[in-house]
Design a binder for this molecule. Structure first.
Ligand SMILES: C[S@@+](CC[C@H](N)C(=O)[O-])C[C@H]1O[C@@H](n2cnc3c(N)ncnc32)[C@H](O)[C@@H]1O
Length: 321
């Protein structure tokens, strides 16, 4: 209630709120934001599982790939893995277990990035989808922005009424909506500036412009709220209590990487990426457990990692230098 009141008074003072501000407060308000709360958002008692929480083999496979890249670079004395938005850090634990001499730097929301460029890799899983976005709708030759206002029953979408220019948007028809990804693009630019030489691996769910333009994915945008493992497209209810995410615009990230001079590899599904990394013993390890019941559970989770999330999630790989 306190967060809703803070938001409502800001709206009363300044007028309808850009959605990125609403999402920023809902997720990251230092006291009442979703990620600031005492309740753990992850896992069975939380709202969602991430890859590494679902099946620990995910972290191990990521670590194997990072180690391959390190060897391909001639095993430099200092190899840094900068992990953005590590959450509970399960993947980082596996990276440090498999590569004990690696310099693993976790950067959480409002955390410090390295103050000088590093050699190594930047890795993130479900980092980009957690960055605040705005929502725009195609009108004529431009876009109107949907903002958050107040109605008798709570928060409500209100058209901003002005035409806005935005970077990196797909070409979509009249009346269709999409999120703008200014912060995702800004994060990509920051990754480029902090990486002197090495690799970028970003795993997330998202889309390409082609899928949105030709296949008509997300006609109303991709914003989604999550609470207790249920998805709800109404992202304006109960701010601070639910997770809010938007699919990642991979075409915009790729363009940004290319503009910075990075080599951009073809976008893969998570399934193709993990199967490409895994060796037979990686999957045997994933299924190793003391009891048949646990082995069955691990088999189901591996299936979900490869064939459920594995087909929805994408792996974006880039190389610098
Ligand atoms: C969906 S969680 C993913 C956590 C973890 N990567 C995993 O796979 O389990 C998103 C994470 O990104 C973090 N995050 C959001 N904005 C961030 C920012 N600007 N800088 C660093 N981390 C951020 C959140 O605090 C949260 O831990």
């Amino acid at each position: 209630m306190e967060l809703a009141e803070i938001m409502a008074s800001e709206i009363r003072a300044n007028g309808p709120m850009p959605f990125h501000r609403f999402m920023e407060l809902a997720l990251y308000h230092p006291r009442f934001g979703y990620y600031a709360g005492t309740r753990d958002p992850f896992g069975h008692e939380g709202d969602f599982y991430t890859n590494a929480q679902l099946q620990p083999v995910f972290g191990r496979l990521v670590a194997q790939q990072l180690d391959r890249w390190r060897r391909a670079m001639g095993s430099p004395d200092s190899f840094t893995v900068l992990e953005l938005g590590p959450g509970r850090g399960e993947t980082g634990d596996e990276i440090r277990r498999c590569m004990p001499d690696v310099n693993w730097i976790p950067v959480e929301h409002d955390g410090c990035w390295p103050d000088r460029p590093v050699v190594g890799a930047v890795f993130c899983n479900e980092f980009f989808d957690a960055l605040p976005v705005d929502l725009v709708e195609r009108r004529g030759n431009g876009w109107i922005e949907w903002r958050v206002g107040l109605s008798e029953s709570g928060f409500a979408w209100q058209p901003g009424g002005c035409h806005v220019t935005r970077r990196g948007l797909p070409r979509i028809g009249e009346g269709r909506r999409i999120e703008t990804c200014e912060r995702q693009v800004a994060a990509m630019e920051r990754i480029d500036s902090v990486l002197a030489q090495g690799w970028v691996l970003a795993i997330d769910y998202g889309y390409t412009h082609d899928e949105v333009e030709r296949a008509g994915r997300f006609p109303d945008g991709s914003l989604m709220g999550y609470y207790r493992h249920r998805a709800d497209p109404d992202v304006l209810v109960e701010p601070g209590r639910r997770d809010i995410t938007a699919h990642v615009n991979f075409s915009a990230l790729e363009d940004c990487g290319r503009a910075a001079g990075l080599e951009v590899f073809p976008l893969q599904t998570q399934q193709a990426f993990l199967l490409g990394v895994g060796e037979p013993d990686s999957f045997a390890y994933a299924l190793a457990a003391g009891t048949e019941m646990r082995r069955t559970a691990l088999r189901m989770l591996l299936k979900s990692l490869l064939f459920g999330l594995g087909e929805t999630f994408r792996a974006l790989v880039m190389r610098k230098g």
